[in-house]
Design a protein around this ligand. Structure first.
Ligand SMILES: Nc1ncnc2c1ncn2[C@@H]1O[C@H](COP(=O)(O)OP(=O)(O)O)[C@@H](O)[C@H]1O
Ligand SMILES: [Mg+2]
Length: 324
């Protein structure tokens, strides 16, 4: 199937592709055509194919794919034209309520992506587009993420400033990495300053006054340790009013309960072995009592020290009749 269109003008392009605004010849609808710039390189073609596959899944809140040709030279795909442009142009000019609405919509989209097992790998304001009616579409996903550009081919994806420290160090893209990039993106949208590698994200008192919840989310999402960051579901809970400190307490309690579950299973196992031993081996009642007392008082090492002595004791002879 062909997709007839006429190219109208060039768009300011990012790192990966050459983008043009065009018009569909059949319907007259405005579209954007993205051509892969470094199409001679196998790794770039693979990453581009992955990008197409992710867009082709039509995930809610993600830019939909209208047409794609990976075998063309250069390969390209076609998507709807979003007249609002990217979120970058709104950075530093948003009210507290607008920040809250943007944070919620993007957290929702990233949570849906997470549920579909898709890591975006390059979350930043440049890759979020605004439609005429103010809806947001997340674009330019790396999918599994392998060497996005020639410049960063040794990395697995992402953009300096937005990427998580572990991704910057050469690690794979991850859901926790997307959370970090989401936090850095909110920081830029709120303050108007681009996040920089190895520079703490400074939030002024006026930022806290304008959007306290967003500041709390930025700090939580930009933790250096991936495990200390919230999931996108937890971010959504924070946006609904819950405090990160309370969610963290709940997390710890859940971890404790899980640990207790494991411990109690071990305790049950040990008790069962003890019962089995008493019934089958039938040691002298006094010895058994002594052994267990020792175990409680002096710990397992003393118990083990007693065992060889106990094993050498002569077994009671069975005298016939029923055992009591
Ligand atoms: N569908 C679209 N509608 C309007 N502008 C777009 C669209 N897609 C991309 N752009 C513009 O082109 C820029 C680069 O697009 P992107 O897909 O991110 O390419 P790259 O992979 O090169 O970063 C975006 O930041 C945005 O400004
Ligand atoms: Mg981009």
């Amino acid at each position: 199937m062909s997709f007839p269109f006429t190219i109208l003008r060039r768009l300011p392009s990012g790192g990966n592709g050459d983008l043009f605004v065009g018009r569909r010849n059949d319907t007259g609808e405005c579209v954007v055509i993205k051509y892969l710039r470094e199409w001679q390189f196998e790794h770039a073609r693979r990453a581009f194919a992955r990008e197409m596959r992710v867009l082709g899944r039509r995930v809610q809140g993600v830019m939909p794919l209208l047409y794609a040709d990976i075998n063309a030279r250069p390969p390209y795909y076609v998507m709807p034209y979003l007249a609002g442009g990217s979120l970058t142009r709104y950075a530093g000019r948003l009210t507290g309520n607008q920040m809250h609405a943007i944070a919620s919509e993007l957290a929702q989209t990233l949570a849906v992506l997470r549920a579909a097992y898709i890591k975006h790998g390059d979350v930043k304001p440049d890759n979020v587009l605004v439609s005429d009616d103010g809806r947001l579409k997340v674009a330019d996903p790396l999918g599994g993420g392998v060497g996005c550009t020639m410049l960063f081919s040794e990395n697995h994806g992402g953009t300096p400033g937005y990427w998580a420290p572990e991704v910057r160090a050469g690690g794979p893209i991850s859901y926790a990495g997307d959370v970090r990039s989401y936090g850095a993106m909110l920081y830029e949208l709120l303050t108007g300053r681009k996040p920089q590698d190895e520079q703490p994200l400074y939030l002024a008192p006026k930022d806290y006054a304008r959007a306290p919840k967003i500041c709390e989310i930025i700090v939580a999402c930009c933790q250096p340790e991936p495990d200390s960051r919230p999931s996108m579901h937890e971010v959504l809970r924070m946006l609904r009013g819950e405090r990160w400190a309370d969610i963290q307490v709940e997390r710890k309690q859940r971890a404790c309960t899980r640990g207790f579950g494991a411990k109690s299973r071990v305790t049950c196992g040990v008790t069962w072995i003890g019962d089995f031993w008493r019934k089958v081996a039938q040691p002298d009642e006094r010895t058994f009592q002594h052994l267990t007392e020792t175990a409680y008082v002096d710990g397992p090492r003393r118990l083990l020290a007693q065992l060889p002595k106990w094993l050498k004791r002569p077994r009671r002879k069975w005298q016939g009749g029923n055992r009591k």
